[in-house]
Ligand binder design. Structure first.
Ligand SMILES: Nc1ncnc2c1ncn2[C@@H]1O[C@H](COP(=O)(O)OP(=O)(O)OP(=O)(O)O)[C@@H](O)[C@H]1O
Length: 456
């Protein structure tokens, strides 16, 4: 009969888990803390350890070393209500078999127990204690994302990170780099959606002097700069079909040939791409190459929208409060009032965590604290969603204009916001660049040829 050691200082959870396991025919040893768990490991090596992450006087990771020193080390499942990217990635790298977010369904736990007992533990690197968390949130969907990040970080596969704008895709890319095989190498982010088609090749591959009119000196591209590290291709759904072919070729042969160069050089770089768009739909619609999609999506990590993980709101608000208090030099203030939290929970958060950060910052600047629900209401009411223009009746003429006219004015407002950059304006609008160009064509108040105006 397989013995399972259950370690949790919370009596109710310890008993609930132990009884469920006993009902399934396992023999269970119970330990309320680290000393009892250590004694149980010495007395009778278990076939599996199910352990709470945070215990009085230490963490489940403190037990891991002793578990791994046992002959034929048993797998370990960590449970926690406060998962973080760091603990998850370190635990999985350190040989923990699984990581489960509290509160959990007992059926889910039993399924994980069976999976753990069916597979062997992999020897991994010694777990280290990580720095303070860079990603906040312990909603089960976030813990799943941390687990996916921890599992794939050390593998040499391209990763595609999916999620709405502001959900933390770049943070995941940075974590993949940090917990990957070459954290000492460079991390080079490229915001593909903000770079005009004409410049993206030179941005990624570099160019030789004289390759085009403005190329006054040799320039290394992002891929060469990321050699030995990670390149993060943000908004990958925005790249043109012509550039898709070039990127695919690089992913296949690893050769970077700068514009105007006679030959290319091999580059070793980990590729992490991200998009807020549904890439599969773009593939189905024929605007994104299927072969490139498969190349980029060696593994997919999906981040939840903030409105789908509202249980993380208080922790996120506290995180931003501490961060901005330091930055703004404000005196300590209490936690957010219940009214403020309720108003935050009722907001749809189209800009997700980024938007929440802006709102908390503004409320702190305006009121010095997070208690004033009326001030928050004003901020939420008049704060434009990130990327959207400030809308007011005056923006659209008074009192009403035909829908077609309103669309045209709205498109122009977004284009002006994007400083004339159609690629960026199309990204904000969620439409194809050529659709934007077509829609703008009848409007003769703006240059509608394909050249990018303004800043890139
Ligand atoms: N889970 C999180 N915990 C703490 N901060 C977060 C979290 N997620 C996002 N942020 C913060 O929100 C902002 C936006 O995050 P990030 O740039 O990673 O999002 P993104 O999904 O890449 O956005 P975009 O698609 O617009 O490029 C950053 O300031 C980041 O630090």
């Amino acid at each position: 009969m397989t013995r399972i050691l259950v370690v949790d200082d919370d009596l109710a959870i310890r008993e609930m888990v132990a009884l469920a396991l006993e009902k399934c025919g396992y023999r269970v040893d119970r330990a309320p803390g680290l000393p009892e768990a250590r004694a149980a490991l010495d007395a009778a090596p278990p076939g599996l350890v199910v352990c709470d992450l945070y215990l009085p006087g230490g963490t489940g990771l403190d037990l891991l070393e002793q578990v791994r020193a046992l002959p034929g080390p048993p797998p370990m499942i960590l449970m926690t209500a406060r998962g973080s990217m760091e603990t998850t990635a370190l635990a999985l790298n350190g040989g923990v078999f699984d990581y489960i977010a509290k509160p959990f369904d007992l059926d889910v736990l039993l399924e994980r127990v069976r999976a753990a007992l069916g597979g062997a533990v992999e020897a991994g690197a010694e777990p280290e204690r990580g720095p303070a968390s860079m990603m906040v949130g312990s909603h089960p969907a976030m813990v799943e994302a941390y687990k996916a990040t921890g599992r794939v970080a050390a593998m040499a596969v391209p990763v595609l990170v999916l999620g709405e704008t502001g959900t933390g895709k770049e943070l995941v890319a940075r974590a993949l780099h940090r917990f990957g095989g070459h954290p000492e190498g460079p991390f080079v982010p490229v915001h593909c959606g903000a770079i005009p088609d004409t410049l993206i090749e030179s941005e990624l591959f570099g160019h030789r002097r004289g390759a085009f009119t403005d190329a006054q000196r040799d320039r290394r591209g992002a891929l060469a700069l990321a050699h030995g590290g990670t390149v993060f291709l943000d908004e990958i759904g925005e790249i043109s079909p012509v550039f898709q072919v070039k990127l695919l070729r690089f992913l296949e042969d690893g050769i970077v040939q700068p514009l105007g160069a006679e030959k290319g050089d091999p580059v070793k770089v980990r590729v992490v791409a991200a998009t807020h768009r549904d890439l599969r739909a773009l593939v189905a619609a024929g605007s994104f190459r299927q072969d490139l999609y498969y190349r980029l999506a060696g593994f997919e990590i999906r981040l939840p929208a903030l409105r789908d993980r509202l249980s993380d709101l208080p922790d996120l608000v506290q995180h931003f409060q501490e961060r901005f208090r330091g930055e703004l030099g404000l005196p300590a203030a209490g936690p957010p009032s219940r009214e403020v939290l309720a108003a935050l929970a009722a907001h749809p958060w189209p800009g997700n965590v980024r938007e929440l950060g802006h709102v908390v910052r503004r409320l702190l600047i305006e009121t010095g604290a997070l208690g004033d629900a009326a001030a928050l209401g004003r901020i939420l009411g008049d704060g434009p969603a990130p990327g959207a223009p400030a809308l007011s009746p005056a923006s659209f003429g008074a009192p009403f204009v035909p829908l077609e006219e309103m669309e045209r004015m709205y498109l122009l407002a977004v284009l002006a916001h994007a400083r004339g950059n159609k690629t960026e304006a199309a990204r904000i609008l969620g439409i194809e660049r050529k659709t934007l160009t077509r829609k703008l064509r009848p409007a003769d108040c703006m240059d509608t040829d394909d050249a990018e105006g303004g800043a890139p």
